[in-house]
Write a protein that binds this ligand. Structure first.
Ligand code: UN1
Length: 549
């Protein structure tokens, strides 16, 4: 396989997309009704595949009033759904999981065509959706509150968790469907409705998921119309979710810049915010590390999804005694890893999502180079082969495809570019002597999503996981920073936004908590021993507080 050119398959992406959408039930959904896809002919959304740059679909974008109506309909659906017993709500999510299982091959392929991630990762994303559905079905029979000791005789105190309202979901291009499912599967069993604004770069997978959801809803029956809606279009639709008093919780995944705009707006109206923002994930490699395992883990974490995961490994902090060995092996990997058509077996690195992403990568590399960094890779990889004709047609229309060789960048210190998240396959490498120094470097960035240490030394591993170790929401030992399972809470600290999605007790954010105190006695003792005696009325009633002796 040629390493320095990308050979594209000559298959019409447009045709394949059309057939996948038909198989996933999208055409039928759009033909029958809007299917909770807010749309009107107000503007057209062009969808490009990063594989060739060509336009693979054109969709109508909803007007503001159509979007507002979808939010209102979701609210009406919530008023019904909140009274459905949670295990029955779980049946809907079980059916959704089944639809995802039967459509996995098609949906996974569509993820690849729309985002450019390799097929195995496209399928992995759908598996992540299936997994969260399984978790949520179990959860639907385990939503639990605690009973708390009351200080008053003949009283019981407890917590009840109630449905919250309409949950807004804003998701990014890189995980076009899994992020919705982490939110929606939990929100649905928690009794909430969901309105989703996917990235305008990847609306087709969202449409497909909506079709699968509607199929699941039709199969289980009794699902109020409008319970899950999707708004396809630009940032204005996201703003509607942010500002709508109907949206009780907004879960937003994207850049820190987006979070900075969204967070204060939500705070202004006291809405709940679940923010999943930028990461600048690092791994520390210690002298005792198993270097074969480390190499594989670093390669997946740094190169997977072409460096476009929020969990992508961006900084590698290596102890000086193993530095030369590891870095020379990594350089070989960077020089030889197959960059190419994400549909082809053997490709590990597909295209970047678009030209902006390519430009941001080049600007970061330029900044590092002028600060004295040593760079392996980073250059654009030209496209050839039969599919080149398709790309040529796309270029005629003003669009292009952007394949790059991933970049390994050795830096002497954590210069400003290293502290920023550039959403591209750039791995900065730093050297350290003492573990304390490595941990200090590790934490000296404003983001706090995911982290790893590679060591066989128990003291080093435990130090890294301790209160004075990694300051991230995810801290791993001997595995990379990306590829988290859905069973754990997912999210990070500092400028990553503090939100937690997916497993563990993340479900609590999708519900409201009520503290209930029940008096099953005949007296009315007041908390904190407060005495508040009123004159006995006719019949001799008093407040019943225990009287001091
Ligand atoms: C993201 O990039 O927004 O841990 C999510 C991972 C995936 C999720 C990534 N399970 O890499």
């Amino acid at each position: 396989m040629a390493l320095n050119t990308v050979v594209l398959e000559e298959v019409s992406l447009r045709e394949e997309v059309r057939s996948l959408l038909a198989r996933l039930g999208v055409e039928e959904m759009l033909a029958n009704s809007s299917g909770s896809v807010a749309q009107s002919a107000s503007a057209e959304l062009q969808v490009h595949s990063p594989i060739t740059g060509e336009v693979i679909a054109r969709l109508p974008q909803p007007s503001e009033s159509a979007a507002q109506e979808a939010i209102e309909a979701a609210h009406r659906a919530f008023l019904v759904w909140r009274n459905v017993p949670p295990p029955r709500r779980g049946e809907l999510v079980r059916a959704l999981g089944e639809e995802l299982r039967s459509g996995a091959a098609e949906l996974g392929r569509l993820v690849t065509l729309e985002t450019g991630k390799i097929l195995s990762e496209g399928l992995g994303e759908v598996q992540e959706m299936i997994d969260i559905c399984s978790l949520a079905v179990g959860l639907s029979r385990q939503l639990e509150g605690r009973t708390i000791a009351s200080e008053r005789a003949d009283h019981r105190m407890m917590e009840t968790w109630h449905p919250l309202g309409v949950v807004g979901v804003i998701s990014a291009f890189n995980f076009p469907v899994a992020v919705w499912s982490w939110n929606a599967a939990l929100a649905l069993v928690c009794g909430d409705a969901v309105v989703w604004k996917p990235s305008e770069k990847v609306p087709l997978t969202a449409l497909a998921v909506q079709a699968l959801f509607l199929r699941a809803a039709a199969k289980v029956g009794g699902v109020p119309e409008g319970l899950c809606a999707v708004l396809l279009g630009g940032p204005r639709l996201g703003e509607l979710l942010v500002d709508s008093p109907r949206i009780a919780l907004l879960s937003a995944t994207g850049s820190t810049a987006m979070g900075r705009a969204v967070g204060p707006r939500l705070a202004r109206r006291f809405a709940r915010a679940l923010l999943e923002l930028g990461g600048n994930n690092a791994a520390i490699v210690c002298p005792s590390a198993d270097l074969d395992l480390t190499l594989r883990a670093v390669a997946f974490a740094a190169l997977g999804t072409a460096g476009q995961r929020c969990t992508t490994l961006r900084r590698l902090i290596v102890q000086e005694s193993v530095y030369e060995d590891l870095i020379s092996r990594l350089q070989q990997v960077y020089r030889s890893v197959v960059v190419g058509d994400p549909r082809a077996a053997g490709t590990l690195v597909g295209p970047l999502i678009d030209e902006r992403s390519f430009a941001a990568m080049q600007a970061a590399l330029e900044e590092a180079r002028s600060a004295g960094a040593t760079i392996t890779g980073g250059e654009r990889v030209p496209v050839a082969g039969a599919g080149g004709a398709l790309r040529h047609a796309a270029r005629q229309a003003g669009y292009d495809a952007f394949y790059v060789r991933p970049a390994l960048v050795e830096v002497a210190a954590q210069i400003p570019v290293v502290k920023r998240e550039t959403f591209a396959p750039i791995l900065y490498v730093l050297k350290y002597r003492e573990l304390e120094e490595a941990i200090a470097l590790h934490n000296d960035v404003s983001q706090g999503l995911s982290s790893s240490i590679f060591t066989l030394n128990m003291r080093e591993a435990e130090r890294f996981l301790s209160a004075s170790g990694s300051d991230c929401g995810i801290a791993n030992v001997n595995i990379g920073t990306s590829g988290a399972e859905i069973g754990g809470a997912f999210g990070g600290e500092k400028e990553t936004g503090g939100g937690r999605e997916s497993g563990s007790d993340a479900w609590k954010q999708y519900m409201r908590r009520a503290t209930n105190t029940i008096n099953y006695g005949t007296r009315l003792p007041l908390a904190q021993g407060v005495s508040f005696e009123i004159e006995p009325a006719e019949g001799g009633a008093t407040n019943g507080s225990p009287k001091p002796e």
